[in-house]
Design a protein around this ligand. Structure first.
Ligand SMILES: Nc1ncnc2c1ncn2[C@@H]1O[C@H](COP(=O)(O)OP(=O)(O)OP(=O)(O)O)[C@@H](O)[C@H]1O
Ligand SMILES: [Mg+2]
Length: 312
């Protein structure tokens, strides 16, 4: 279905390998299972529902897809209280009022005509979901519905309707239906469960932390200036941290930040003092920092060095 919209530079990938290469061309290194589910979502024209910890690359997938496929990225950031006016459309009341006043000032007001005029496209403010249903010469856009778990359940129910038929009804104007459904990526940090009914419409993937090997490749791709030894130590240290009992384990985003920060400090290898001074780049809760700082950090560092020596 969605394939028919693709042409030229924005053609959808034809295989799982091609999907992985497409992402890699924008320096996004996906594992096989993610490349597979993404390939299927694109091929079958189904929304992709991504859940996972913070900072593991959920949002980035939509950005990379839009960039590599040459499609427009339309982002809907969810929050508590998000409603149809903010997500789909709202009427520009101020402009409507001015139009009405002007018509009145000119005299002879044809009420029916005026109503028709002020409820026309000119006075419609289109928000993300409506924009995503409109045709685009570059092909159907990428619609990112980010952090859906933050929105209320009422909004989720509404979204279900939109995703079922890729259409919305504006009472004063009629129904807007997408000629070509957008590529939909939905993310959730799982602060609450998303309903089965919505999940059923989507393909699902849990985005986990990467293996040490892949995380090292991500660091090398994204922070190229870092010394080889340092990047290895950074990745192994972060992987060891994730095995600790922390309130909030560091994501890939933190690994990249830490590698950049250490590189800024001209570090070439980790030592206890540097780790202690820069822990705030990795851990964002004082309890976690207090738990790791000092002897625990040193212990982890020794462990990392032993691991790396054994692998040499
Ligand atoms: N597999 C990957 N390949 C390349 N970069 C990655 C990968 N995973 C994560 N990143 C990088 O990590 C950072 C965080 O990614 P992103 O913002 O997409 O995370 P997220 O899962 O949406 O997090 P949050 O839940 O906090 O919004 C980005 O800079 C992204 O480029
Ligand atoms: Mg995100």
């Amino acid at each position: 279905m969605q394939n028919s919209t693709s042409k030229g530079a924005s053609a959808l990938p034809a295989s799982i390998d091609a999907t992985a290469s497409l992402l890699a061309s924008a320096r996004y290194l996906a594992d096989r299972s993610l490349a597979t589910v993404l390939f299927l979502a694109l091929k079958m024209g189904r929304p992709l529902f991504l859940e996972g910890e913070a900072g593991v690359g959920k949002t980035e997938i939509a950005k990379v897809l839009s960039e590599t496929l040459g499609r427009r990225l339309i982002r809907l950031q969810c929050y508590e209280g998000l409603d149809v006016a903010a997500a789909v459309y709202e009427w520009n009341y101020a402009a409507q009022m001015i139009a009405i006043r002007l018509a009145e000032a000119e005299g002879a007001v044809d009420r029916e005509r005026l109503t028709h005029d002020v409820f026309s496209e000119q006075f419609l403010i289109k928000r993300a979901l409506l924009q995503a249903l409109e045709p685009d010469t570059a092909g159907a856009p990428v619609l990112l519905i980010d952090e859906l778990d933050r929105a209320d359940e009422a909004f989720e129910a509404f979204l279900l309707e939109v995703l079922a038929d890729f259409q919305v009804t504006i009472p004063e104007m009629g129904t807007v239906k997408a000629q070509h459904p957008p590529i939909v990526i939905i993310t959730s940090n799982r602060t609450r469960e998303i309903h089965d009914a919505l999940k059923r419409r989507c393909l699902y993937h849990w985005v986990g932390y990467p293996t040490a090997e892949r995380e090292l490749a991500i660091v090398r791709a994204k922070v190229p200036g870092v010394a080889a030894r340092l990047s290895q130590e950074v990745v192994h240290f972060v992987q060891a941290l994730r095995r600790e009992d922390l309130f909030k384990a560091p994501g890939v985003a933190e690994t990249l930040d830490w590698a950049s920060a250490l590189s800024e400090l001209d570090a070439v290898a980790l030592d206890p003092a540097t780790v202690s001074d820069t822990l705030g780049v990795l851990l964002k809760y004082q309890d976690d920092i207090a738990r790791i700082d000092g002897s625990k950090a040193k212990e982890l560092l020794d462990q990392v060095r032993a691991e790396l020596r054994a692998a040499e």
